[in-house]
Design a protein around this ligand. Sequence first.
Ligand code: GDP
Ligand code: MN
Length: 387
Amino acid sequence: MKLHEYQGKELLRQFGVNVQDGKVAYTPDEVRTIAREYGQPVVVKAQVHVGGRGKAGGVRFSPTIDKAHENAEKILGMDIKGLTVNKVLVTKAVDIDAGVEYYVGMIVDRNVQSFTLMASAEGGVEIEEVAAATPEKIIRHRVDPVTGLRPYEAREVAIKAGFKGNLNKIADMMVKMSKAALERDAVLVEINPLFIDADGTPLALDTKFEIDDNAMYRHKDLLSWRETEAEHPLEIEAAKYGFAYVKLDDGNVGVLGNGAGIVMTSLDVVNRAGAKPANFLDIGGGAKAEIVYNAVKLVSKDSDVKAIFINIFGGITRADEVAKGVIQALNEGILTKPVRMRIAGTAETEAKALLAEVNSPLIQMYPDMFQAAEAAAQDANNAGEKK
Ligand code: GDP
Ligand code: MN
């Protein structure tokens, strides 16, 4: 989950990192009120999940209250890389010429199977540009996830990066940032620019903070920060059921299986049969009838879906439970699209018996996944032609 700058700063503040005072506003009038309250120059900053806001005109220094209001009018509603700005952060401004801009960050780094701390004296600009043009100006240091970043390591990195200022304070700030990253299960925390004032004291002017989605269960206090407007409504619903679900573009066959591997195979098989998968949906291992019922209900809601391909290899998932779930959806009138299934393994015979009893043309079982996928592809493509 990506956090907005104001949210990332809030977390950093909780860990003792020095950040500017700031408040969120949704209208130019609210911005005016905040600017008046601060009684000093402010910066009005677009809050959207994308970097490079400054270059796009989404970060504006505002020396007066009127200027803050005017800048808010410019920024609110603007489009930055396809995202509409509907809120801004108003922060007390610093005199950037009176100090220097550095970069520090922590990322989950597969190459070192741990976190990597990064530091560069080339702050303010996008770090990707520094990495491309002058990679030697970025100092990297592996951080042990058990001990965390230790102060002497942080000092060493700061010195190697050529940081000037109060190195103890800067190192202490880096340790606090890394604590925030580790304790909040971040995959990325960046502070750019890290401003060092004339006294050598560090201040985080901007932050990118991204939390591992798979760790969100440990950060329930942050769930209200999740913004679902950008997500597909079916993905939001799937998240409620706990399904691994991804909506795919231009598909016509709903796909459902037990396990990420079998679902990915199923997507390939649908493609091979000449149709397009409309989604990825993994119901997980050992699914009971109710879960299957919910999955069928979800996929049926997708108006792109013209037929459903179910691919189950029954180990801990019982085929009869799968059949019961599908039949329940049929009986409740939720299932209106043809279901073509391959269910093999545990309780396969029982499943066949249940389906034979129902004997609906909407539900057909096939001996292998290729035949089931071909039948679903044909149904879906035919339904498309009829339109
Ligand atoms: P980004 O472009 O999305 O990374 O947004 P930033 O928050 O990093 O802001 C972009 C630039 O605006 C920074 O690199 C700074 O040069 C400048 N900026 C940010 N805060 C202040 C401030 O308080 N005072 C001044 N003078 N400039 C600032
Ligand atoms: Mn920045």
